[in-house]
Design a protein around this ligand. Structure first.
Ligand code: SF4
Ligand code: FES
Length: 278
């Protein structure tokens, strides 16, 4: 296989990460070129509130809670408000995560969200932390715990299933399977329910079956401990997609770890002991 090299004789694997200097809330920090402001701020120990961000997923920019002000010395005092989860760092960037207008913008975002989700503990807590006890808008007459962060639909796309989507518009916007029917593509993996920050997505699971989005799945039991650990559909999906043999899913992760430690212990016991020469 050919190894493409640049004019300094470097291949892709040799390239060093370029570090940029930024200032976050008055403190100088280093950030990897290509990193987003949110990541740089968190690495520097500065917390920015988020609702739709997850390290495992591409930034989405849906909730607008992570807004910050950015400027540069050469911008002559001009600054702009950006979404920190989607704005890449630049050399010399000055970031303000707690300016008055940033705080005010976050308050508006949370005020609106509280109108949609007046009974959701996560929203209530964030609103309270930003000085809002009650929404100044008309509260939703049919409260929902779905904050429309789209984490569930994005994780579902990420694992290659895409069984659910955000549908409808305005106040009726919601996450649902196609035609509100049990989704034919769903594999019952629970990724959507586990990533949901408000526990909005409900499911039932037992040793025999699991039900989510109105669809019921047969469970696969671990051949070693007997625990139901994955749905049959999930094993089939990941075996087909990753080329992993189906037999891989016959034992659960806990038993796999136990088996591996037992193998290592046997190997260690079989190794000849080398005397230490003083
Ligand atoms: S169901 Fe949960 S994860 Fe999905 S959009 Fe609503 S709050 Fe976000
Ligand atoms: S976390 Fe950046 S827009 Fe939601």
């Amino acid at each position: 296989m050919s190894d493409a090299r640049n004019d300094r004789g470097q291949g892709a694997g040799d390239r060093e990460e370029r570090m940029l200097t930024v200032t976050i809330d008055g403190r100088a920090a280093k950030a990897r070129e290509g990193a987003y402001v949110l990541e740089a701020a968190r690495a520097a120990g500065v917390e920015i509130p988020t609702l739709c961000h997850h390290e495992a997923l591409e930034p989405y920019g849906g909730c607008r809670l992570c807004v910050v002000d950015v400027t540069k010395a050469e911008w002559g005092g001009w600054c702009k408000m950006v979404i920190s989860c989607q704005y890449p760092v630049e050399e010399g960037l000055i970031v303000l995560t707690d300016s008055e207008r940033v705080r005010e913008t976050r308050r508006v975002v949370l005020d609106l969200l509280l109108a949609r989700c007046p009974e959701t503990p996560l929203v209530q807590r964030l609103a309270r932390e930003h000085g809002i006890e009650r929404t100044s808008y008309v509260a939703n007459g049919e409260p929902t715990d779905c904050i429309l962060c789209a984490l569930c639909t994005r994780i579902c796309d990420h694992i290659g299933v895409s069984a659910i989507a955000t549908v409808d518009r305005g106040i009726g916007r919601q996450v649902a399977p196609p035609y509100h029917e049990p989704p034919p593509d769903c594999i019952g993996c629970l990724a959507c329910a586990e990533i949901c920050p408000t526990s909005f997505i409900q499911y039932q699971t037992s040793d025999r079956s699991r039900t989510i989005w109105g669809k019921t799945f047969e469970m696969l039991r671990c051949s070693s401990c007997g625990r139901a650990h994955i749905t049959v559909a999930e094993a089939g999906h990941f075996a087909g997609r990753g080329g992993v043999p189906k037999s891989y899913f016959e034992t659960c992760d806990v038993c796999k770890r136990k088996q591996m430690s037992a193998t290592f212990a046997q190997l260690a016991a079989a190794m000849p002991v080398t005397p230490v020469v003083g």
